[in-house]
Design a protein around this ligand. Structure first.
Ligand SMILES: Cc1cc2nc3c(=O)[nH]c(=O)nc-3n(C[C@H](O)[C@H](O)[C@H](O)COP(=O)(O)OP(=O)(O)OC[C@H]3O[C@@H](n4cnc5c(N)ncnc54)[C@H](O)[C@@H]3O)c2cc1C
Length: 465
């Protein structure tokens, strides 16, 4: 039986980097991946969607060309070429990862589905492709996949998820999307700009309802202006396949016709294949592997990283998980230089165009804290007031910062507008220093940039009542 210091199951955004780092520290490792190295992000998540988003943005800007004094003639999209560009980008990224792993000594990369079959004393026994392997430690990085609701008629309709939508060879005539959160909204705008009619069905009364109301409203307004239809407070109750497409029956009795339907209404953890019961690893009510803030499961020697632990749903959270694990191994305990999973400040972006950059708490969360007596300062500015946005003629959106009055530290920020996905890092990085916002006011920002408005924005801070 082959024995390893550690076995990593699932090659998402945590395991490959962790494997390379551990191998460089002299450990012997097996990295087991059942599908494609790089997991969701590289193959069917961030990389392909952000690549396709660029084609969609170029189409959008080409249609606006005359506003900038540029004449293009009629703009049309070569869907196959845009998809091919996306696939080439994915292929190159995956090849880069494969080459990196191959070039690292001490890692056996195994293609197959790994599952626990029990223990031999302190060692864990894992089966892959009919072979039993043993290891002192196991890192699970098996990720998540789209939730496909059990609906009447779903078995008779060729529905799409984030994997199959990226395999399309023709642009959908009318794409119905279930779910108006990050993935649904990004996909909706991309396919709209590539030429599809798009209708989005959403259970809540507003889109992206985890964001503040004004932010949701801004996003809904610019997506509607591009021709996307929203059906809010609605869910799908039945699907009926047609010769060319399908009919969807909504919870309020209305029907919608479309050529394709995409489910973007949540993600579920990939744990079924792991046979967790063989070693007694616990999951929570939603099926995510329960861990502490250092990613330890209830079984000593087994850690769970990335989306499968329910502590983050992003590439950077998964990658950060492995950085925390590594810092702990290297003796930089998470309570020191590194913040553990309960203390790190979450930042993320929604890559609509314009994008939303977010870090820390929302205004709604700040209001709860203010209600409990915490003194909070808030300031907003419209992108329409930002010179750079005006010069670019991309004035949609707003910026908001939230500060704790006593410590003068940032608690959160939202930047919806041109460059918001990049500019949010100004606040994210500043938050990591724990410094007073007043220091940022003294900095000398470049003109004309969106970021130069931070001092102006901070001068507007007012107490939240
Ligand atoms: C459409 C879309 C767009 C996204 N865009 C962004 C974005 O712009 N920015 C961002 O930060 N995040 C984005 N995300 C989220 C991001 O992709 C994930 O958070 C990220 O991939 C982290 O995943 P992970 O490391 O947990 O594992 P994953 O990347 O999901 O990989 C898990 C791997 O484990 C394998 N596996 C599962 N079970 C087993 C088993 N038993 N044996 C062997 N292998 C197994 C799977 O095949 C898979 O390859 C997006 C997601 C989607 C769906």
């Amino acid at each position: 039986m082959r024995h390893f210091d550690a076995i990593l199951i699932g090659a998402g955004q945590a395991a490959p980097s962790l494997a390379v780092e551990l191998a460089q520290r002299g450990q012997r490792l097996a990295l087991i991946e059942g599908n494609l190295l790089g997991g969701t992000c590289v193959n069917v998540g961030c990389t392909p969607t952000k690549t396709l988003r660029k084609s969609a943005r170029v189409a959008h800007m080409a249609r606006r060309a005359a506003e900038f004094g540029v004449l293009t003639g009629t703009v049309s999209v070569d869907f196959a070429a845009a998809m091919q560009r996306m696939r080439a980008r994915v292929e190159t990224s995956r090849q880069g990862l494969t080459g990196w792993l191959q070039a690292t000594k001490n890692i056996d990369t195994i293609h197959g589905w790994g599952r626990f079959i029990g223990r031999d004393g302190d060692k864990f026994l894992i089966e892959v492709n009919g072979e039993t392997l043993s290891a002192d430690r196991v890192y699970l990085n098996t990720g998540a996949r789209a939730v496909i609701p059990e609906l009447p008629g779903i078995d008779k309709v060729p529905y799409l998820d984030n994997v199959s939508v990226l395999a399309l060879t023709q642009c959908p005539e009318h794409l119905l999307i279930v779910g108006a959160s990050y993935i649904g909204l990004e996909m909706g705008q991309i396919f709209r700009r590539l030429g599809a009619e798009v209708s989005i069905i959403h259970r809540a009364g507003r889109i992206a309802e985890r964001e503040d109301e004004e932010i949701s409203e801004h996003i809904a307004a610019f997506l509607r202006a591009e021709g996307i239809a929203f059906h809010l407070n609605s869910s799908v109750s039945k699907l009926i396949g047609e010769d060319r497409g399908l009919t969807v029956q909504l919870s309020d009795g209305r029907t919608l016709n479309g050529s394709h339907i995409l489910f973007a209404s949540g993600r579920r953890p990939n744990t079924e294949r792991l046979n967790l019961a063989a070693v007694g690893v616990e999951t929570d009510a939603r099926g995510f592997i329960r861990t502490d803030a250092h990613f330890n499961t209830n079984v000593k020697g087994i850690k769970a990283l990335g989306d499968v632990n329910g502590r983050g749903a992003f590439t950077h959270t998964s990658y950060h998980d492995q950085q925390i694990v590594l810092a702990e191994i290297d003796g930089e305990h998470p309570t020191g230089q590194w913040q553990d999973a309960d203390k790190r400040v979450l930042s993320y972006a929604m890559f609509t165009d314009p994008p939303l950059g977010r870090v820390g708490i929302t205004l709604a969360q700040a209001q709860v804290l203010a209600g409990k007596g915490q003194k909070i300062l808030v300031a907003d500015i419209a992108m329409a007031d930002v010179s750079r946005a005006k010069e670019e003629d991309e004035t949609l959106g707003m910026m908001r910062v939230i500060v704790d009055a006593e410590s003068e530290r940032f608690l959160g920020a939202a930047i919806l507008g041109i460059g918001g996905d990049e500019i949010i890092a100004v606040i994210t990085n500043f938050m990591a220093t724990g410094a007073s916002y007043r220091l940022m006011q003294q900095a000398l920002p470049v003109h004309p940039t969106v970021a130069e408005f931070f001092p102006t924005l901070l001068a507007r801070l007012r107490e939240l009542t």
